[in-house]
Design a protein around this ligand. Structure first.
Ligand code: PHE
Length: 468
């Protein structure tokens, strides 16, 4: 029961609407664009295994915590956590857990909109038949040429942001809910078709071996951190999204069950994406470590040669745009809700201002990919080479802000909030509650801390001191 608080922004019409919206937030470029390429860069199977463990052991419990915070606080992430901290007679400083999510979402959306713009451009390229009969090399060259023109990238990301602003500006009911209702199911089916095509026409055996045979010698500590961070990214955690969506959730819906369902669908989509892409990677002699262009240089090969490829390809990129779009909505929503609550802006002005500033920030990503000399450089952070502003923003958010934000959320709901209140809000079986509470109090904080201590070299020194 959520007490007397009500959201000023409106509510989901019910359980199903929330599930669709939250699944829409979770499923996006993270599953279809990012997961396959970072899996490739980090050696395959072992990375996938760590990622799956992180989803189950850390992701689902943290998601439950966030929805709980949102539903009880009924405000934008920072203010929700602040209210609950007051309720627990704890320091208002805990609100950092909400604010860092809001900032992370904002930063992520700055590059997300650019990549969603690539997908939009690819709708047109595919529909025009640009890939018909083209080989792997020509398709790779087309992608390179696309990235090289910053004006084109700017224009497409502007279109994405414009539509996002339009929908979010219309509000929870009329905008957000309508959009996700039919998009999510269609995406799932289409991805299934792609995976079947690749499995029957590509090197399925090699792909499966690559994705599911863990070779731990290929996994570095940075790879572990990226798997952890990606588990947060793909479930939209520590980014305010699940808190703000929880704020619009009716009181009688089971948080535990819905969280598990969302995580399951999200993971299934990522696996399907891997199975749609990797058979082609191996069939056409491409490299798994191709980087952010991976899906744009693999799938068009299939579209170029399969029957009805133009049709399926166009549909695929349309769906990818939609998937990105339902995530973009979730990323912008916290900032908009906060501007409306505290800055007195109308929903529309708040959204437009946020969208405009994001487009500007997105220029860092645009110029990173077009190869402008001011946007590309060489840095090494914790042993990982970082070569552009895009990579800075990506690493800062996914590898650092999300895991640390998740850690704070876990500690807040596990140690700071009163047990009685979390119990009341989760309304689940004693067993389920016990598992959640253990995971949040012990597992998440310890796991995230170990990864970071290892990363900064402290753990190794400690072990050496102990003579281990
Ligand atoms: N989960 C989304 C994806 O995988 C990205 C996202 C991150 C959405 C943070 C909302 C908030 O594409």
């Amino acid at each position: 029961m959520s007490g007397a608080r009500e959201s000023v922004h409106g509510m989901w019409s019910g359980r199903f609407a929330f599930i669709l919206a939250a699944t829409g937030a979770a499923v996006g470029l993270g599953n279809i664009w990012k997961f396959p390429y970072i899996m490739g860069e980090n050696g395959g199977g072992a990375f996938v295994l760590v990622y799956l463990l992180c989803i189950v052991l850390i992701g689902i419990p943290v998601m439950m915590s966030e929805v709980l915070i949102g539903r009880r606080g009924r405000q934008s992430p920072g203010l929700s956590v602040k209210t609950l901290a007051q309720e627990a007679s704890a320091s208002p400083r805990w609100q950092i857990a909400g604010w860092s999510g809001l900032v992370a979402s904002y930063l992520i959306l700055s590059f997300y909109a650019v990549v969603a713009g690539w997908a939009l451009a690819y709708v047109i390229k595919t529909a025009r038949g640009d890939f018909q009969g083209a080989g792997a090399e020509a398709i790779g060259a087309q992608f390179g040429a696309h990235l090289a023109n910053p004006w084109v990238l700017m224009a497409w990301s502007a279109v994405i942001l414009f539509v996002t602003v339009y929908v979010v500006g219309r509000g929870v009911h009329k905008g957000l809910e309508k959009a996700v209702n039919f998009l999510m199911p269609s995406l799932f089916v289409l991805l299934g078709i792609m995976a079947i095509y690749s499995a029957t026409n590509g090197a399925l055996g090699e792909a499966v071996a690559f994705m599911f045979t863990p070779d731990f010698s290929k996994l570095t500590i940075n790879g572990v951190l990226l798997a952890l961070g990606h588990a947060f990214f793909t479930l939209s955690l520590a980014s305010g999204a699940m808190i703000i969506y929880g704020a619009y959730l009716p009181s009688n819906v089971s948080i535990a069950k819905t969280s598990m369902l969302i995580a399951l669908v999200d993971t299934a989509v990522a696996m399907l994406a891997g199975l749609a892409i990797y058979p082609l990677v191996f069939q056409y002699g491409l490299t798994p470590a191709e980087g952010p262009g991976l899906i744009f240089v693999t799938l068009p090969i299939a579209f170029g040669s399969m029957p009805f490829g133009t049709f399926f390809g166009t549909l695929f990129f349309v769906m990818l745009v939609f998937a990105a779009f339902t995530s973009a909505i979730a990323m912008i929503e916290s900032t908009v809700a906060w501007l409306v609550e505290r800055k007195g802006l109308s929903r529309f002005t708040a959204t437009a201002a946020t969208g405009g500033s994001l487009w500007l920030l997105g220029l860092l990503t645009v110029f990173s990919f077009s190869g402008a000399s001011w946007a590309t450089f060489e840095l090494t952070v914790f042993g990982k080479p970082i070569t552009s502003f895009f990579e800075v923003v990506d690493y800062l958010t996914s590898a650092i802000m999300l895991p640390l934000g998740g850690l704070v959320i876990a500690v807040f709901t596990g140690w700071v909030m009163k047990k009685k209140i979390t119990e009341e809000e989760l309304q689940t079986s004693a067993l389920m509650y016990g598992i959640w509470r253990f995971a949040i109090r012990w597992f998440t904080p310890v796991a995230v801390a170990i990864v970071f201590l290892h990363l900064i070299g402290v753990l190794d020194r400690l072990l050496r001191l102990l003579g281990l």
